[in-house]
Design a protein around this ligand. Sequence first.
Ligand SMILES: Cc1ncc(COP(=O)(O)OP(=O)(O)O)c(N)n1
Ligand code: TZP
Ligand code: MG
Length: 211
Amino acid sequence: MKKQIPKGLYAITAENFSNGKDNISVVKEMLDAGIKILQYRDKYKTKLEKFKQCEIIRRLTLDYNVFFIINDDIDIALSIQSEGIHLGQDDLPLAKARGIAGPDITIGISTHLPKQALLAAEHGADYIGVGPIYKTFTKDNVVDPVGLGYLDFCVKNINIPKVAIGGIKFSNLLEIYRYNPENICMVTEITASENIEFTVKKVKEAMNDYC
Ligand SMILES: Cc1ncc(COP(=O)(O)OP(=O)(O)O)c(N)n1
Ligand SMILES: Cc1ncsc1CCOP(=O)(O)O
Ligand SMILES: [Mg+2]
Protein backbone atom coordinates (compact mmCIF):
# COMPACT_ATOMS: atom_id res chain seq x y z
CA MET A 1 0.00 0.00 0.00
CA LYS A 2 1.30 3.41 -0.95
CA LYS A 3 1.95 5.80 1.94
CA GLN A 4 0.79 9.39 1.46
CA ILE A 5 3.57 11.99 1.66
CA PRO A 6 2.94 14.02 4.84
CA LYS A 7 2.37 17.77 4.58
CA GLY A 8 4.90 20.22 5.92
CA LEU A 9 8.61 20.88 5.88
CA TYR A 10 10.63 18.77 3.40
CA ALA A 11 14.41 18.53 3.92
CA ILE A 12 17.17 17.42 1.52
CA THR A 13 20.77 16.41 2.25
CA ALA A 14 23.63 18.49 0.82
CA GLU A 15 26.95 17.24 2.17
CA ASN A 16 28.98 19.97 0.48
CA PHE A 17 26.87 22.62 2.26
CA SER A 18 26.95 21.03 5.71
CA ASN A 19 29.78 22.80 7.53
CA GLY A 20 32.13 19.85 7.00
CA LYS A 21 29.72 17.28 8.48
CA ASP A 22 28.76 14.13 6.58
CA ASN A 23 25.20 13.34 5.48
CA ILE A 24 24.69 10.84 8.29
CA SER A 25 25.42 13.26 11.11
CA VAL A 26 23.33 15.98 9.49
CA VAL A 27 20.44 13.55 9.02
CA LYS A 28 20.62 12.52 12.69
CA GLU A 29 20.38 16.18 13.68
CA MET A 30 17.48 16.72 11.27
CA LEU A 31 15.54 13.75 12.63
CA ASP A 32 16.16 14.76 16.24
CA ALA A 33 14.90 18.21 15.29
CA GLY A 34 11.61 16.82 13.95
CA ILE A 35 12.04 16.54 10.17
CA LYS A 36 9.35 14.15 8.86
CA ILE A 37 10.14 14.17 5.12
CA LEU A 38 13.70 13.66 3.99
CA GLN A 39 15.26 13.33 0.53
CA TYR A 40 18.74 11.84 0.10
CA ARG A 41 20.51 13.82 -2.63
CA ASP A 42 24.22 13.55 -3.36
CA LYS A 43 25.76 14.38 -6.72
CA TYR A 44 29.39 13.60 -5.89
CA LYS A 45 29.50 10.09 -4.44
CA THR A 46 29.79 6.73 -6.19
CA LYS A 47 26.74 4.49 -6.31
CA LEU A 48 28.26 2.31 -3.58
CA GLU A 49 28.99 5.27 -1.32
CA LYS A 50 25.43 6.54 -1.78
CA PHE A 51 23.99 3.08 -1.16
CA LYS A 52 25.91 2.69 2.10
CA GLN A 53 24.72 6.06 3.40
CA CYS A 54 21.15 5.32 2.30
CA GLU A 55 21.15 1.97 4.11
CA ILE A 56 22.06 3.72 7.36
CA ILE A 57 19.56 6.53 6.79
CA ARG A 58 16.83 4.03 5.98
CA ARG A 59 17.23 2.45 9.42
CA LEU A 60 17.15 5.87 11.07
CA THR A 61 14.08 7.00 9.11
CA LEU A 62 12.23 3.83 10.11
CA ASP A 63 13.11 4.41 13.77
CA TYR A 64 11.89 8.02 13.55
CA ASN A 65 8.88 7.29 11.29
CA VAL A 66 10.18 9.62 8.60
CA PHE A 67 9.09 9.55 4.94
CA PHE A 68 12.29 8.81 3.03
CA ILE A 69 12.80 9.73 -0.63
CA ILE A 70 15.85 8.99 -2.80
CA ASN A 71 16.89 11.42 -5.50
CA ASP A 72 17.68 9.98 -8.96
CA ASP A 73 18.67 6.38 -8.04
CA ILE A 74 15.66 4.07 -8.41
CA ASP A 75 17.86 1.03 -7.81
CA ILE A 76 18.94 2.35 -4.41
CA ALA A 77 15.35 3.31 -3.55
CA LEU A 78 14.12 -0.19 -4.36
CA SER A 79 16.91 -2.00 -2.57
CA ILE A 80 16.47 -0.08 0.68
CA GLN A 81 12.67 0.16 0.27
CA SER A 82 12.37 3.90 0.66
CA GLU A 83 8.90 5.42 0.56
CA GLY A 84 9.73 7.47 -2.51
CA ILE A 85 11.97 8.53 -5.36
CA HIS A 86 12.43 11.95 -6.86
CA LEU A 87 13.05 12.43 -10.59
CA GLY A 88 13.77 15.49 -12.69
CA GLN A 89 12.90 16.39 -16.27
CA ASP A 90 16.20 14.83 -17.46
CA ASP A 91 15.87 11.63 -15.42
CA LEU A 92 14.11 8.41 -16.38
CA PRO A 93 10.59 9.17 -17.73
CA LEU A 94 7.82 8.82 -15.17
CA ALA A 95 6.07 5.92 -16.93
CA LYS A 96 9.31 3.92 -17.14
CA ALA A 97 10.12 4.67 -13.51
CA ARG A 98 6.62 3.57 -12.45
CA GLY A 99 7.03 0.39 -14.50
CA ILE A 100 10.24 -0.44 -12.67
CA ALA A 101 9.30 0.73 -9.19
CA GLY A 102 5.66 -0.38 -9.11
CA PRO A 103 2.49 1.27 -7.87
CA ASP A 104 3.32 1.54 -4.17
CA ILE A 105 6.29 3.86 -4.27
CA THR A 106 5.79 7.61 -4.20
CA ILE A 107 7.25 9.32 -7.27
CA GLY A 108 7.97 13.03 -7.20
CA ILE A 109 8.74 14.96 -10.39
CA SER A 110 10.53 18.31 -10.67
CA THR A 111 8.60 20.84 -12.73
CA HIS A 112 9.39 24.36 -13.92
CA LEU A 113 6.55 25.05 -16.38
CA PRO A 114 2.74 24.64 -16.39
CA LYS A 115 2.94 22.01 -19.15
CA GLN A 116 5.37 19.89 -17.12
CA ALA A 117 3.18 20.12 -14.02
CA LEU A 118 0.02 19.15 -15.91
CA LEU A 119 1.79 16.20 -17.58
CA ALA A 120 3.31 14.94 -14.33
CA ALA A 121 -0.09 14.96 -12.62
CA GLU A 122 -1.80 13.35 -15.63
CA HIS A 123 0.80 10.58 -15.82
CA GLY A 124 0.55 9.55 -12.21
CA ALA A 125 3.18 11.48 -10.27
CA ASP A 126 2.45 11.53 -6.54
CA TYR A 127 3.78 15.05 -6.03
CA ILE A 128 5.53 17.74 -8.04
CA GLY A 129 8.53 19.86 -7.19
CA VAL A 130 7.76 23.50 -8.01
CA GLY A 131 10.87 25.53 -8.52
CA PRO A 132 13.36 26.90 -8.17
CA ILE A 133 11.17 29.65 -6.80
CA TYR A 134 14.15 31.90 -6.06
CA LYS A 135 17.78 31.91 -7.12
CA THR A 136 19.74 29.05 -5.58
CA PHE A 137 23.44 28.19 -5.48
CA THR A 138 22.85 24.69 -4.12
CA LYS A 139 22.23 22.98 -7.47
CA ASP A 140 24.52 23.09 -10.52
CA ASN A 141 22.95 23.68 -13.94
CA VAL A 142 19.75 24.86 -12.38
CA VAL A 143 17.07 26.54 -14.50
CA ASP A 144 16.22 30.22 -13.93
CA PRO A 145 13.93 30.98 -11.00
CA VAL A 146 10.30 30.28 -11.83
CA GLY A 147 8.95 32.84 -9.35
CA LEU A 148 5.78 32.97 -7.32
CA GLY A 149 3.56 33.15 -10.41
CA TYR A 150 4.35 29.54 -11.25
CA LEU A 151 3.69 28.45 -7.67
CA ASP A 152 0.33 30.24 -7.86
CA PHE A 153 -0.49 28.40 -11.12
CA CYS A 154 0.37 25.02 -9.59
CA VAL A 155 -1.58 25.59 -6.39
CA LYS A 156 -4.66 26.59 -8.42
CA ASN A 157 -4.46 23.94 -11.15
CA ILE A 158 -2.61 20.83 -9.95
CA ASN A 159 -4.41 18.43 -7.66
CA ILE A 160 -1.44 16.46 -6.33
CA PRO A 161 0.86 17.79 -3.58
CA LYS A 162 3.13 20.68 -4.54
CA VAL A 163 6.62 20.93 -3.01
CA ALA A 164 7.93 24.49 -3.30
CA ILE A 165 11.75 24.48 -3.58
CA GLY A 166 14.70 26.69 -4.37
CA GLY A 167 16.21 29.56 -2.40
CA ILE A 168 13.67 29.23 0.41
CA LYS A 169 14.91 30.61 3.74
CA PHE A 170 13.27 31.50 7.04
CA SER A 171 13.38 35.11 5.84
CA ASN A 172 11.18 34.50 2.78
CA LEU A 173 9.19 31.53 4.11
CA LEU A 174 5.95 33.43 4.63
CA GLU A 175 5.93 34.64 1.00
CA ILE A 176 5.67 30.98 0.00
CA TYR A 177 3.49 29.85 2.87
CA ARG A 178 0.68 32.20 1.93
CA TYR A 179 0.19 30.26 -1.34
CA ASN A 180 -0.48 27.18 0.79
CA PRO A 181 1.52 24.48 -1.03
CA GLU A 182 1.37 21.14 0.80
CA ASN A 183 5.14 21.13 1.32
CA ILE A 184 7.95 23.63 1.54
CA CYS A 185 11.49 22.39 0.93
CA MET A 186 14.62 23.92 2.38
CA VAL A 187 18.07 22.57 1.66
CA THR A 188 20.96 24.80 2.78
CA GLU A 189 18.84 26.79 5.22
CA ILE A 190 18.85 23.55 7.24
CA THR A 191 22.05 21.70 6.28
CA ALA A 192 24.28 24.77 6.65
CA SER A 193 22.61 25.97 9.83
CA GLU A 194 24.87 26.27 12.88
CA ASN A 195 21.97 24.96 14.96
CA ILE A 196 19.81 22.60 12.93
CA GLU A 197 17.43 21.86 15.80
CA PHE A 198 16.75 25.55 16.42
CA THR A 199 16.27 26.28 12.70
CA VAL A 200 13.95 23.34 12.04
CA LYS A 201 11.81 24.07 15.09
CA LYS A 202 11.57 27.76 14.16
CA VAL A 203 10.55 26.95 10.58
CA LYS A 204 8.04 24.27 11.58
CA GLU A 205 6.44 26.59 14.08
CA ALA A 206 6.13 29.35 11.46
CA MET A 207 4.50 26.80 9.12
CA ASN A 208 2.14 25.43 11.79
CA ASP A 209 3.79 22.07 11.08
CA TYR A 210 3.48 20.20 14.33
CA CYS A 211 3.97 16.61 13.13
C1 LIG B 1 11.56 18.24 -4.13
C2 LIG B 1 12.55 18.38 -5.22
N1 LIG B 1 12.29 19.21 -6.26
C3 LIG B 1 13.19 19.35 -7.25
C4 LIG B 1 14.37 18.63 -7.23
C5 LIG B 1 15.36 18.72 -8.36
O1 LIG B 1 15.41 17.47 -9.05
P1 LIG B 1 16.19 17.38 -10.47
O2 LIG B 1 15.57 18.38 -11.37
O3 LIG B 1 16.23 15.97 -10.90
O4 LIG B 1 17.64 17.85 -10.09
P2 LIG B 1 18.65 17.12 -9.09
O5 LIG B 1 18.11 17.28 -7.70
O6 LIG B 1 18.72 15.66 -9.46
O7 LIG B 1 19.94 17.85 -9.29
C6 LIG B 1 14.61 17.79 -6.14
N2 LIG B 1 15.74 17.06 -6.05
N3 LIG B 1 13.70 17.67 -5.16
C1 TZP C 1 17.70 20.39 -5.64
C2 TZP C 1 17.07 21.64 -6.11
N1 TZP C 1 16.20 21.62 -7.15
C3 TZP C 1 15.71 22.82 -7.45
S1 TZP C 1 16.34 24.02 -6.46
C4 TZP C 1 17.27 22.88 -5.60
C5 TZP C 1 18.16 23.22 -4.47
C6 TZP C 1 17.53 24.14 -3.47
O1 TZP C 1 18.44 24.37 -2.44
P1 TZP C 1 18.32 25.63 -1.48
O2 TZP C 1 17.13 25.41 -0.60
O3 TZP C 1 19.61 25.58 -0.68
O4 TZP C 1 18.23 26.85 -2.33
MG1 MG D 1 17.47 14.38 -10.70
